[in-house]
Write a protein that binds this ligand. Structure first.
Ligand SMILES: Nc1nc2c(c(=O)[nH]1)N=C([C@H](O)[C@H](O)COP(=O)(O)OP(=O)(O)OP(=O)(O)O)CN2
Ligand SMILES: [Zn+2]
Length: 123
């Protein structure tokens, strides 16, 4: 089994609804998104999947969030833009761009160097 990890940072603003505290006010973070994928078959180049492909796809995903006000984006119309919700939404999008021999293990979203949320599917 091989596990690949790629990461991408972006900046965006948000506020939390139904929240008592400072995060109910508009504020920003430099977010970090990490995706972990796995599989057992290597291609004739010795790769599970080219890092360039993975990074390119992740850049497209976070590009939709970069320098935006997250609450006004369709992904967060129904749910708060928390690290947990973002990790799950990105997990579902990653599944769509992976080839059949590669699976997504988890997505981690860091709101700051000290706080992150991981989304994994229940086994
Ligand atoms: N489980 C979660 N808790 C919180 C989330 C979240 O996404 N999931 N988000 C927030 C806010 O976005 C807030 O901006 C971050 O809160 P917090 O880390 O408490 O605040 P700071 O970044 O300012 O860090 P300090 O340690 O207070 O300096 C809140 N909770
Ligand atoms: Zn915040």
């Amino acid at each position: 089994m091989y596990v690949l990890t790629v990461k991408k940072r972006f900046s965006a603003a948000h506020l939390l609804n139904n929240y008592q505290g400072k995060c109910a006010n508009l504020h920003g973070h430099t977010w970090l998104v990490e995706i972990n994928v796995f599989g057992s078959e290597l291609d004739d180049k010795g790769m599970l999947l080219d890092f360039g492909y993975l990074k390119g796809q992740l850049e497209k995903l976070v590009g939709d969030y970069d320098h935006r006000y997250l609450n006004e984006l369709p992904d967060f119309h129904e749910v708060n833009p928390t690290a947990e919700n973002m990790a799950r939404i990105i997990f579902d999008k990653v599944k769509e761009f992976l080839p059949k021999h590669v699976s997504v293990d988890c997505v981690t979203v860091w709101e700051s160097p000290d706080a992150s949320a991981v989304y994994k599917e229940d086994k």
